[in-house]
Design a protein around this ligand. Structure first.
Ligand code: SAH
Ligand code: MG
Length: 211
């Protein structure tokens, strides 16, 4: 099996919230960007257990790029006990809090992607305020509360380079399909006139920075 196929199989098997078709689209667009701009600096907000990091990491490795995979690793609102996406196996007995970091580390290590995928542990806005490197690719898949998604948009999108990619996950036009916060930042990106919508797959939107 080729390295690419191996990584895509591992990505599909990894725990997380990335449907196969959307993951493959993530991989495909990242690979295309990396072919155009090799040795890029990429960042995802919302690592969880490393599923999207494998799709993006497969493309990062192939194009000598590095993906920063950012998360505080305590889950979003909807991942907490009593909510829709709660997974009791991820609770740390030490303090009773959700902790996805050990699983994320195992996911990246099992895929032998540690040279291409680097973990950043902390709150998205705090890290962004101290992160000076321009981003050739930004994938926003963090918290879906309106203020959290907006903070991700405000703090990270100014770092995207001209010609760089902005990918947003969980964009639902119809409120019956899901929360509206990712859709709202997608609209903000279009209204800013800095981004062009170039592709979509399921709830994934792909935009290119043009101004
Ligand atoms: N991309 C993942 C899914 C991410 S789920 C996959 O492919 O499966 C959303 C993640 O955003 C959660 O892990 C949560 O801990 C993280 N998150 C939410 N708010 C955050 C914040 N303010 N700073 C850092 N991470 C945050
Ligand atoms: Mg998502």
């Amino acid at each position: 099996m080729s390295r690419k196929s191996e990584l895509l199989v591992l990505a599909e098997a990894a725990k997380g919230f990335m449907p196969r078709e959307e993951g493959l689209a993530l991989f495909g667009h990242a690979l295309e960007l990396g072919a155009r701009v090799p040795q890029g600096t990429w960042l995802e907000v919302g690592a969880w257990c490393g599923k999207s990091a494998l799709y993006l990491g497969a493309a990062a490795e192939a194009t000598s790029s590095v993906l920063y995979s950012l998360d505080h690793h305590h889950g979003s609102e909807e991942n907490q006990a009593g909510w829709e996406h709660f997974d009791p196996t991820l609770v740390d007995p030490f303090d009773g809090r959700l902790n996805t970091l050990p699983t994320w580390q195992r996911t990246i290590a099992s895929a032998k992607l540690e040279a291409s995928v680097i973990g950043l542990i902390g709150d998205s806005s705090i890290v962004a305020a101290h992160f000076a490197q321009p981003l050739d690719l930004l994938f926003i898949d963090g918290g879906h509360a309106p203020d959290v998604a907006r903070a991700d948009y405000d703090s990270w999108t100014p770092k995207v380079t001209l010609g760089g990619l902005l990918l947003i996950h969980d964009v639902f036009v119809d409120p019956n399909d899901g929360g509206q916060a990712p859709y709202e930042i997608y609209l903000a990106a279009l209204e800013s006139a800095r981004y062009l919508d170039v592709a979509s797959e399921g709830s994934l939107r792909v935009l290119v920075r043009v101004a």
